[in-house]
Structure formats: C-alpha cells, structure tokens
Ligand binder design. Structure first.
Ligand code: HEC
Ligand code: HEC
Length: 343
C-alpha cells in the first residue's frame, strides 16, 4: 500500500462524502416512495351506486327502516342490526352470531361497512349483489326465518310503508324485490367515517403517532399485509387461506374444490376494527394482538395456504407499531340515529 497520509485522508473524506450523499438520496427516494404509496390509500369522493338502482334519499331512508325492522323476521323479534349492530362496527361481539333458532351460526357476522365497493358478498363470496345477499338472512331458518309472501303482506298492511313503497316504486308497491332494493341502497350508504389515518394521508403529519407511521411502513413492507389488504378500505376483495385452525372449507364450498380455494375467505376491510372484535370468519381471534401474533407465526402450513403467508419475524416493537397503525384506522365514534318505524 502506498500513498501519502494526505492522499489517504482525502480518499477517506471522499468515501464519507459519497456515503452521506447516497444515504441522503436513498432517504429522499424512500420518502418519495412513501408518498406514492400513501396516495393509493386516499378515500374515494363518491359512493358507486349501480346504474340500475340509483341513489335516492328516500329509498335509502326506507331501506334503513327495513334494516331495523323486526317485522322482516318470522317471529318478528330480530332485525338486521341484531347481528350487524352499529355499536359494534356493524357486527356482533360474539364468535358466531345467534339467530332465530337460538343456535350459533356457522360463521362470524362480518361488518356491513363500505360494501358499496365490494363486488362479492359473504365470507365465501356466494352473492354477487347486496340485493341478492339480503334475501339470504331474511329467509334462512337459522337467521331471521321469515317468508316473503308473509312479510310483503305484513308491510303492505302498514299504511306508512304502503305509501312509501307506492311513491318510490310506482305501479309496484311492496314486493320482495323492492324490499331488497331499498335495503341494499341503504347499505351502500353505510360508510366508515374519517379516521386519524385519513387525516395523515391528507397531509396532517400530527394526525397519527410516529408508531402508527412506522406501523404503516411495516404494513406495506416487511409485514406483507398490503399484498391482500389494499386501498382505502384495505381489501383486495379476493379469497385467501391465511392458515387458521378451521374445518370450514370457505370458498371451495362454492367453486370447484381445488386446493387453492380450500379454507379461503374474503379479505375483510380493516376500518373501525376497534369496535369489531372478535375477528376472522369463525370469530376465533379475540383481539388485534392475537391477529398480529398469528401473522407473525405465518399460519398453518397446508397446500392451500397463501404463498404470501410466511413467518414475519417481527420484533415486539414492530408488533406494537403495527397495532398502533391498525388502531389509527378507526374513526371517532358517532351516534347512529335509529329510525322511527311506521306503525
Ligand atoms: C342472525 C344473525 C344475522 C342476521 C339477523 C343478519 N345477518 Fe347478515 N350476516 C350474518 C352472518 C353470520 C354473515 C356471514 C355469513 C357467511 O359469510 O356465510 C352475514 C353476512 C352479511 C353480509 C355480507 C357482508 C360481506 O362482507 O360480504 C351482508 C351485506 C349482510 N349480512 C347483511 C344483512 C342484512 C341486510 C340483514 C337483514 C335483512 C342481515 N344481514 C341479517 C349474520 C346475520
Ligand atoms: C394472503 C392475504 C393476506 C395477508 C398477507 C394478510 N391478510 Fe389479513 N386477512 C386476510 C383474510 C383472507 C382474512 C380473513 C381470514 C378468515 O377469516 O379466514 C384476513 C383477516 C384479517 C383481520 C381480521 C378482520 C376481521 O374483520 O375479522 C385483520 C385485523 C387482518 N387480517 C390484518 C392483517 C395484517 C395486520 C396483516 C399483515 C401482518 C395481514 N392481515 C395480512 C388476508 C390477508
């Protein structure tokens, strides 16, 4: 090795300078990347109503009454909110909901928040529209155990309902399809409010803690969550097996029974999670800590397990940051006024 001490120290100074420069540039590149990623989480400006059932304020108001009306059930004692309660993020705080037969159902009641953006309904995606979906619980013996001819007659005998239906569905009045159409229109208006996370996305750096910001970087990076929980409602609306202990074959029950759809369920949105425990299609996870621990472990290995699932090796601090981020997706609680039902 030759070279004067001066030359060597000049070399060293240059090396240090280059190192600092590349660190600075990669830092700004990372910041620019983060801004691009953040822009994919912006709330939409409008609700997408289907063209065949456009929004009307009155139709949504009628649908809301029906959502809360126990007269849609066989014994007139159960409404949609019995299992989709606004106080619990439009879910119910038990592992699997209890229906008209007084026995637990096979699955946990999912939220009805933000479904205007969801192309396939139910954990296994077996209904294509909210209209089709609503017919299920009304008539299922273990859910509301209602019968449409009776329900239509019952509502038609209530003057205020008769008038509303006649106005909104001229020449048709109370019918099965119109009941479902009104409920679906109301459901499309059930949207999670603005959360601290949204204010951060909109540029308020103080809206969330630095732990939550680091949690978001883990969510879209090392923890791989964003490979399935995408966009402002945090779902790709697709079906995946995340390796839970379950006998339920999920999506495979309604499509051809291939390994890839076994135990696959629809990715749930992650808004207002603070009110929605327990979690998963079988309500098997009591809280978000248990959910994060599950992903850290990587899920049970089996042929259908999603290739995105693998042990994450998150430190305790990283798990806490991820939790702080998930909690930043909950909007401040607002009162949901319950409609006065016609007599
Ligand atoms: C007895 C409890 C119970 C009642 C009452 C009930 N539901 Fe549900 N709901 C559930 C359960 C459980 C599921 C999930 C079933 C599945 O995926 O197999 C569900 C699923 C849904 C979904 C699908 C959500 C998604 O993300 O795919 C919607 C929408 C829905 N219910 C709306 C309604 C409406 C509207 C009513 C009233 C007409 C109603 N529910 C009444 C328990 C109930
Ligand atoms: C392979 C796709 C995939 C990945 C990766 C993934 N999720 Fe999920 N997530 C799902 C699916 C599917 C479910 C529902 C599974 C079930 O019930 O069987 C779910 C359920 C959840 C739930 C429960 C929501 C509810 O309503 O019950 C939370 C919370 C959650 N995931 C957060 C995360 C976090 C945090 C990460 C990253 C550590 C993550 N997910 C990674 C697909 C995924």
């Amino acid at each position: 090795m030759s070279g004067s001490p001066n030359l060597r120290s000049a070399h060293r100074a240059l090396a240090v300078f280059l190192l600092a420069l590349s660190w600075l540039l990669s830092g700004t590149a990372a910041a620019a990347d983060l801004e691009t990623i953040k822009s994919e989480y912006q709330r939409p400006a409008e609700i997408p109503f289907p063209s065949h059932t456009p929004y009307s304020l009155h139709k949504a108001a009628l649908g809301k009454m029906l959502f809360y009306d126990p007269r849609l059930s066989g014994a007139q004692n159960m409404n949609c909110a019995s299992c989709h309660n606004p106080s619990f993020g439009y879910e119910t705080p038990v592992a699997t909901a209890i229906g008209a037969a007084n026995t637990p159902l096979g699955r946990h009641a999912p939220t009805v928040l933000n479904l205007a953006w969801t192309p396939r309904l139910f954990w296994d995606g077996r209904a294509d529209t909210l209209e089709d979906q609503a017919a299920g619980p009304i008539t299922a013996p273990v859910e509301m155990n209602g019968k449409f001819p009776e329900i239509v007659e019952r509502l038609d005998n209530i003057e205020e309902y008769r008038t509303w239906f006649a106005k909104l569905f001229p020449g048709e009045g109370v019918s099965r399809n119109n009941i479902l159409s009104a409920i679906a229109t109301y459901e499309r208006t059930v949207i999670s409010g603005t959360a601290p996370f949204d204010r951060w996305i909109d540029g308020d750096e103080n809206a969330v803690t630095s732990e939550a910001k680091q949690g978001f970087e883990l969510f879209v990076g090392k923890a791989r969550c964003a490979s399935c929980h995408t966009g402002w409602n945090f779902t790709d609306n697709a079906f995946h097996d995340i390796g839970l202990d379950t006998d339920d074959i999920g999506r495979a029950g309604i499509t051809s029974d291939s390994n890839n759809t076994r135990h696959a369920f629809k990715t749930p949105g992650l808004r207002n999670l603070s009110y929605r425990a327990p979690f998963m299609h079988n309500g098997s996870m009591p809280d978000l800590k248990a959910v994060i621990a599950h992903y850290n472990f990587g899920g049970n290995k089996r042929p259908s397990l999603s290739p995105e699932m693998r042990p994450l090796q998150l430190s305790r601090t990283e798990q806490e940051n991820l939790l702080a981020f998930l909690l930043s997706l909950t909007a401040e609680k607002t009162n949901t006024p319950i409609p006065v039902l016609p007599n």
